[in-house]
Design a protein around this ligand. Structure first.
Ligand code: ADP
Ligand code: MG
Length: 183
């Protein structure tokens, strides 16, 4: 058995698709073992996206640069730099504003291979790249270029833990032991 953290971000709430997304997870057989609707506080989000997780920010920067290359757009023109780490750090600020912009629905889902299964259902980080049939592919079309030209995060509806270790780190940030139910 594995557990993963899923957050339906403020755009999912505003688009009234929380139920549809949850239904997808339930249909596959993922078990909801914890859930809450909240406006996340800054200190929680600071810990959820730690500034010192260098590999995360460089990774986000590289994903962004790749997307710019695919779209044949110049990162320096819209972001002022082509340094992956610098871009990642810039995105972090937008990302934190985005996720605190309104209420989110946070949950812990459980199943064998829950982390990998949920990531597959959620699809690629960039909705423009994510396949039809995935949550991001079916409900959004945002891209790095669109988002970054407007100095905002990519709106992609869902956060899902990327690895088992990430899930183990993230779940206790959002839920205490007695909020997670064994049933
Ligand atoms: P994922 O959510 O697929 O695990 P990451 O952990 O790499 O993706 O990034 C976290 C979040 O940061 C993404 O879901 C997205 O909302 C936002 N993001 C990632 N890259 C960019 C970018 N280039 N510009 C704006 N926002 C971004
Ligand atoms: Mg991630």
């Amino acid at each position: 058995m594995e557990r993963t953290l899923v957050i339906l971000k403020p755009d999912a709430v505003k688009k009234h698709v929380m139920g549809e997304i949850l239904t997808r997870f339930e249909k596959v057989g993922l078990k909801v073992v914890a859930m809450k609707f909240l406006i996340a506080k800054r200190d929680l989000i600071e810990r959820h996206y730690p500034e010192d997780r260098e590999e995360l920010w460089v990774g986000i920067g590289n994903k962004t640069l790749e997307n710019y290359r695919d779209l044949e757009m110049d990162p320096v023109e819209s972001l002022g730099t082509s340094d992956a780490r610098e871009i990642g750090k810039m995105v972090r600020v937008w990302l934190m504003d985005y996720i605190m912009d309104g209420p989110v629905l946070a949950m812990v889902l459980e199943s064998p291979h829950a982390v990998e299964l949920v990531r597959k259902m959620v699809g690629h980080t960039l909705p423009l790249v994510s396949a039809p049939g995935t949550i991001r592919g079916d409900y959004a079309y945002d891209s790095s270029y669109l988002a970054n030209s407007n100095k905002r995060a990519i709106e992609n509806l869902v956060h899902a833990s990327g690895t088992v270790d990430e899930a183990k780190y993230e779940i206790p940030l959002w839920f205490s032991e007695d909020e997670i139910h064994n049933w």
